[in-house]
Design a protein around this ligand. Structure first.
Ligand code: DX5
Ligand code: ZN
Length: 223
């Protein structure tokens, strides 16, 4: 499978969301990454389900919803109802990740688990089987436009090895500080999905930036 590109709508122009969705719909993007921040789990607030609904109506691409919220179990259903096709919650935000993964999947959507830069991928060992996606945060969550933490490359390699050894098809998504300057190294380390906010929306030609991210070809993994 070739890698997927998921531009992060957090970096879009909220006064002209339809225009940005038109651009995404006709680009080579695969998913639209939607960041939900509650001001408690992370030190910033974005928006909730009420805005995800019109985004769903405007989008021809699946919505990849990243919940940076406490008590995700209370809210996952409402995000599925609003139109999420992938629902990712933080391992650090619940004591019942295994149960929540099954619950999300029982709603007919993909389940993802995100981990912060401080959290080791070893913490995923007992939930990896059956998990659709792991989102490795390559910045501290809460804001777009931050610098990629290079230690993440090591985490990607470790996780990729675990996934391959166990013959799983769990996708590795990398979120934060991803752009043309580091995408190749990230993909070579074993990433499957690149989230890109500022590097897409703040570029002179977002459609072309998406295309360039999509067209990166890697030979073998560097693991
Ligand atoms: C950070 C969010 C990211 C963010 C990425 O908390 O989870 O998805 O939108 O933005 P960039 O690509 O600008 O780092
Ligand atoms: Zn995100």
């Amino acid at each position: 499978m070739s890698h997927l590109i998921a531009p992060s709508i957090l970096a879009a122009d909220y006064g002209h969301l339809n225009k940005d969705f038109d651009m995404l719909n006709t680009s080579q993007a695969d998913w639209v990454h939607v960041d939900i921040m509650d001001g408690v789990f992370v030190p910033n607030i974005s928006f909730g389900q009420m805005l995800v609904k019109p985004m769903k109506a405007a989008s021809k691409l699946p919505l990849d919803v990243h919940l940076m919220i406490v008590e995700p179990e209370k809210y996952v259903d409402s995000f599925v109802e609003a139109g999420a096709e992938v629902v990712t919650f933080h391992l650090e935000a619940t004591n019942h990740a295994h149960r929540l993964i099954s619950h999300i999947q029982s709603q007919g959507v993909k389940a993802g688990v995100a981990i912060n830069p401080q959290t080791s991928v070893d913490n995923l060992d007992d939930i990896l089987e059956g998990l659709d996606l792991v989102c490795l945060m390559s910045v501290n969550p809460g804001f777009g436009g931050q610098k990629f933490i290079y230690r993440t490359l090591h985490k990607i390699r470790t996780l990729k090895r675990k996934i391959m050894e166990r013959n799983l098809d769990t996708l590795i998504e990398i979120d934060g500080g991803v752009g043309l300057q580091n995408a190749e190294a990230i993909l070579k380390a074993g990433a499957d999905v690149l989230v890109a906010g500022s590097s897409v929306f703040k570029s002179d030609n977002p459609t072309q930036t998406i295309q360039r991210l999509k067209e990166i070809e890697i030979g073998n993994f560097d693991i």
